[in-house]
Design a protein around this ligand. Structure first.
Ligand SMILES: CC(C)(COP(=O)(O)OP(=O)(O)OC[C@H]1O[C@@H](n2cnc3c(N)ncnc32)[C@H](O)[C@@H]1OP(=O)(O)O)[C@@H](O)C(=O)NCCC(=O)NCCS
Length: 177
């Protein structure tokens, strides 16, 4: 439960949860954390992972893969989020790029998608920076319509895919995990 203060800082921050859910109380955040830990084995290889700032051993965010909600098709969604004080340093891009690589290389997924509200500009930038491309619109409860971004394994395998260059650029910064 050492992670609780920073996880609560993001779960209770209206800016952070604006496009992803509802503001949680400290007790709700504690229950969420416990649930996530319990779910890890049953959801594997999917589910969320903590983004840890290695130098300070801080849980600064989450990133993961899971089945896309609100869709009849079985597609795999990439998701990510950071406690606000850690925005603007490329941490989400680094984590999302690593998760994308894990999805295509280790899990051999055919496609990875990300549903993003068009007003969630920072998330759109992360998605585009790791090479996801706009696919279509889809209905999303409480948000109306969102834009679905995606990338196929074939697109990822293209040698000039931006993710590869991005990973090289990010590698020049201290590693997260
Ligand atoms: C989406 C979210 C994770 C993006 O956070 P972010 O800090 O903008 O993303 P990154 O960590 O990748 O940082 C990118 C920024 O750091 C800058 N940066 C600094 N050093 C960098 C580096 N080495 N590599 C990449 N970017 C770097 C980039 O220029 C960029 O800033 P800019 O967009 O102003 O140009 C964050 O807004 C968030 O947690 N939102 C709430 C949850 C959410 O909506 N999740 C997505 C649901 S679809």
């Amino acid at each position: 439960m050492a992670d609780l203060p920073l996880v609560y800082a993001r779960a209770s921050d209206p800016e952070v949860v604006r496009f992803t859910g509802e503001i949680l109380s400290c007790e709700q955040t504690r229950e969420l954390l416990q649930r996530r830990v319990r779910e890890q084995a049953s959801k594997a290889p999917f589910g969320g992972r903590a983004i840890v700032l290695k130098s300070h051993q801080l849980n600064i965010g989450y990133c993961g893969l899971d089945f896309l909600a609100h869709s009849v098709e079985r597609r795999i969604e990439l998701f990510y989020g950071l406690t606000r004080q850690f925005w603007g340093h490329g941490f989400a891009t680094e984590a999302a790029a690593a998760m994308l690589k894990h999805g295509f290389r280790d899990l051999e997924l055919n496609e990875i998608v990300a549903p993003i509200h068009p007003d969630n500009i920072r998330s759109v930038r992360v998605a585009e920076r790791i090479g996801l491309r706009y696919r279509t619109k889809m209905d999303w409860p409480k948000q109306g319509q969102v834009n679905l971004y995606g990338l196929s394994q074939a697109e990822y395998d293209q040698s000039d895919h931006p993710t590869r260059n991005e990973i090289r650029a990010i590698n020049s910064r201290p590693k997260l995990c």
